[in-house]
Design a binder for this molecule. Structure first.
Ligand code: SF4
Length: 205
């Protein structure tokens, strides 16, 4: 949706209806699309002039033909969990109008953002959480993601993921294939400790 002032809230990737709800993020990842370009998969600029309200997000979704999608994904140009309350409100509204599964793509840092456990809050509202793992040690994570939480980031991500596994139907941790085989295996071992499914993603520049 475009309202004339760079408010692209929805965009399509494959069979997914993607939602762009914030520019905020506690990280500054080297590989982030935010640092390289303001276009993503051919959609219009995803940089939001201001953050949309829950109602605006819901209205943008309602303008779409939901029967043409297989999934609704909170993703976008920033960390969607920076707006967790709006995300949960919208998910609750969506659960009343569609049976499409709802996924959140996240850095997994929401426990640190809010200073409390957050995974359980998604129970019944979010079907899949996909957490970007990115690195196998707190130091390597810091080198790549430059999180404002520094070395606390990775342990919190793992804890969040473990909790998510106990409350949500489907939890995945992903790494990008460019990190090298050894690092991929180290990440796989970390992921196993959380109980989440492990997936290696192709890096798209
Ligand atoms: S966590 Fe995601 S949105 Fe945030 S900087 Fe990293 S890649 Fe970009």
């Amino acid at each position: 949706m475009e309202d004339g002032m760079h408010m692209t809230i929805t965009y399509q990737v494959g069979k997914g209806l993607y939602l762009n709800i914030t520019n905020q993020c506690p990280n500054r990842c080297d590989f982030c699309v935010r640092t390289h370009s303001d276009f993503y998969d051919g959609s219009n600029s995803l940089w939001l002039e201001r953050e949309p309200t829950s109602d605006e997000i819901f209205e943008a979704i309602c303008k779409e033909d939901l029967t043409t999608y297989q999934e609704i994904v909170f993703c976008g140009y920033g960390e969607p969990m920076c707006r967790m309350n709006q995300l949960l409100e919208v998910a609750e509204m969506l659960k009343k109008i569609t049976s499409l599964p709802i996924r959140v793509n996240t850095s997994g840092l929401s426990d640190l953002i809010y200073g409390q456990p957050t995974a359980q809050l998604m129970q019944g509202l979010v079907d899949t959480v996909s957490v970007s793992l990115n690195a196998s040690t707190p130091e390597k994570y810091d080198q790549i993601c430059h999180s404002k939480y520094g070395l606390d980031a990775l342990p919190a991500i793992l804890e969040f993921t473990k909790e998510a596994v106990s409350y949500l139907p489907h939890v995945v941790m992903t790494v990008v294939d460019v990190i090298g085989q050894e690092e991929i295996e180290a990440c796989r071992a970390l992921c196993q400790q959380t109980g989440a499914e492990f997936r290696v993603r192709e890096y798209i520049d």
